[in-house]
Design a protein around this ligand. Structure first.
Ligand code: GLU
Length: 213
């Protein structure tokens, strides 16, 4: 197992995500990463090994203004524990984090013409999403169409520069919950990462999906 966190709001996001990921360390991981979408675009940071390595990669980085942000600790199932395989995975304008296994990823990979940067089963999610978005022009439809094609277990968070202010989420066979406070909206794999940040938590049902703004 491994962990997922997410945040929508105007507080400094990297601190919130790192703090959440530290609370999920007990679940085990081999690498970690975060992506923050702010007015200037999406910033992405990834590192192999402990969260301290990710913290070092972040350096002086701080988010500014309203953001959507996603973070992940990975326990490799497909592809070695390398920086290139660490989540988030992105393509042109979107980034995804995923816990679980996409069983039909090889078949899905053969349906897109884009080049893959990692060995993971996860990366195909963002390729399919961007393909679907290009076809439909509607991110909500594109996300739903992407989920329809995935077989396996997943907790997913996805952000895109095309739809600033929005985090797409889905849960099937892997844990994911939401939390709310005056400071914004939060996602996490377990309560541990939400304690101290949220006054209210919502446990997503298996099979639930949607988007938060
Ligand atoms: N199957 C994905 C990978 O190998 C996600 C693993 C996880 O749940 O951390 O990258």
């Amino acid at each position: 197992m491994c962990g997922i966190v997410g945040y929508i709001g105007s507080d400094e996001a990297s601190k919130i995500l790192l703090s959440g990921l530290r609370e999920l360390e007990y679940r085990g991981y081999d690498s970690a990463g975060i992506a923050v979408s702010e007015a200037t675009g999406i910033q992405c940071f990834r590192a192999v090994g402990k969260l301290d390595n990710l913290q070092q990669k972040l350096g002086d980085y701080q988010s500014h203004g309203n953001v959507t942000a996603i973070g992940h600790t990975r326990w490799a199932t497909h592809g070695k524990p390398t920086e290139q395989n660490a989540h988030p995975h992105g393509l042109v304008h979107s980034q995804v984090v995923h816990n679980g296994i996409i069983e039909n990823y090889m078949q899905l990979r053969s349906t897109v013409e884009t080049q893959f940067q990692s060995q993971t089963d996860t990366e195909v999610i963002v390729h399919i999403f961007e393909q679907q978005l290009a076809e439909s022009g509607d991110a909500n439809i594109a996300f739903r169409a992407t989920l329809d094609r995935l077989h396996g277990a997943f907790a997913i968070l996805l952000i895109s520069e095309k739809v600033p202010g929005k985090i797409f989420f889905a849960r099937k066979g892997s844990p994911l919950q939401m939390g709310f406070s005056d400071h914004g909206c939060f996602f996490a794999s377990s309560d541990a990462a939400l304690v101290g940040f949220c006054e209210k938590a919502v446990y997503l049902e298996d099979g639930q999906w949607g988007w938060a703004t």
